[in-house]
Design a protein around this ligand. Structure first.
Ligand code: ATP
Length: 348
């Protein structure tokens, strides 16, 4: 079993707490992303798991065995980092073969595994070249192929696709998912790119200021963010947050009265995904002033305001709304979430 248990990990750099007590279990064969903005502690956590950084306290176990005291090479992990240096004095073939050679695999196995990994990453044409004759993206593929060639039980990746151009990135994302799914590799993947995390992950751990704010299936996190931070970080456009007045346990949205959770004060924050709306006539709908209308081909993106607060909504491409229009919107009640204006936490 290659499940990974991260147990109350703390890390301080001097007085600064980079990780504030992070606990997370990654199941055998699962793909979990650590997602968050720059500086939230995701790389530090990955480096602690890899053994490249020591934790201040806490434990990491793989298959019930504590690995916290082990050297990186004894942890049974493979790693791919953003700037993972491929060996410049070795051909691509020997780079990919490196881990297998360390394992003293025989030549036939080395050849089979290198060819398989090279095939998956589309680097067969370069196997005889040296890394300085490759583009950054090609070098990154070599690094991924080298990690996959040993068929690791646990794979740690830190922004492995960030050096690739947008198209290649998308292609590699799909490939990685296919490869890792079929290999059953338990993977922890660090990224600040929410689209990448959404597409790849079985579950996402959203990190912020050294804590995990929410762990869950991508769709669950998208639809039910636990905090304002999570809702704003996941999704493009980000979730809309509109502060509204509460009267008699209800909020007015155009002609509609929406019931809010009990025991809230005079104000509440309404969280709404941009696509959870449809056009409605005024005054039945809630009024939106459209500042900019952008026809995106697949949809129409509207930027403007509701109750003088900034919002972005998405309508079908067939709708004709123009910059400067005032429109009415009907909100999809089932998709509204309510948050505390003080804590930013979603209310049950
Ligand atoms: P990025 O996406 O920019 O890499 P991250 O979420 O991976 O961000 P970390 O690299 O884990 O963030 O850093 C978390 C915090 O710890 C940051 O504020 C960083 O400045 C700090 N930090 C990391 N390493 C050290 C170090 N060796 N000494 C002091 N502070 C550090």
């Amino acid at each position: 079993m290659a499940n990974i248990v991260i147990d109350r990990i703390r890390k301080s750099f001097g007085a600064f707490q980079a990780l504030k007590e992070v606990s997370l279990t990654i199941n055998d064969g699962e793909f979990v992303s650590l997602l968050g903005p720059s500086g939230c502690g995701k790389t530090t956590l990955l480096r602690i798991i890899a053994g490249l950084e020591t934790s201040t306290s806490g434990d990491v176990r793989i298959g019930d065995r504590s690995i916290i005291g082990l050297a990186p090479k004894d942890r049974g992990l493979a790693m791919v980092f953003q700037n993972y240096a491929v060996f410049p004095h070795m051909t691509v073939y020997e780079n990919v073969a490196f881990g297998l050679r360390m394992q003293k695999a025989d030549d036939a196995r080395v050849k089979a595994q290198v060819e398989k990994a090279a095939g998956l990453l589309h680097i067969e044409p370069y196997l005889d070249r040296y890394p300085n004759k490759l583009s950054g993206g090609q070098r990154q593929r070599v690094a991924v192929a080298r990690a996959l060639a040993v068929e690791p039980k646990v794979l740690l990746m830190d922004e492995p696709l960030s050096n690739l151009d947008a198209l290649l990135r998308l292609e590699m994302r799909t490939e990685l998912k296919t490869v890792l799914q079929s290999a059953g590799t338990t993977t922890i993947y660090v990224t600040h790119d929410q689209t990448e995390a959404m597409g790849l992950s079985d579950r996402i751990a959203v990190m912020h200021n050294g804590v995990v704010e929410q762990v869950g299936h991508p769709v669950e996190i998208y639809n039910h963010p636990a905090t304002r931070f999570v809702g704003g970080f996941i999704g493009n456009p980000p979730m809309n947050f509109i502060k509204v007045s509460v009267s008699n346990g209800h909020v007015a949205a155009g002609a509609e009265q929406l019931a809010v959770p009990e025991d809230v004060g005079n104000e509440i924050v309404l969280g709404l995904r941009g696509e959870a709306v449809e056009l409605a006539p005024l005054p039945q709908g809630i009024e939106m002033k459209v500042r900019v209308a952008e026809p995106m081909g697949s949809h129409l993106l509207l930027t403007g305001s509701i109750h003088d607060q900034p919002v972005r909504v998405i309508l079908p491409a067939s709708e004709t709304v123009r910059s400067g229009d005032t429109i009415g919107l009907k909100l999809d009640r089932k998709r509204i979430i309510w948050l505390s204006p003080e804590s930013g936490k979603s209310l049950p």
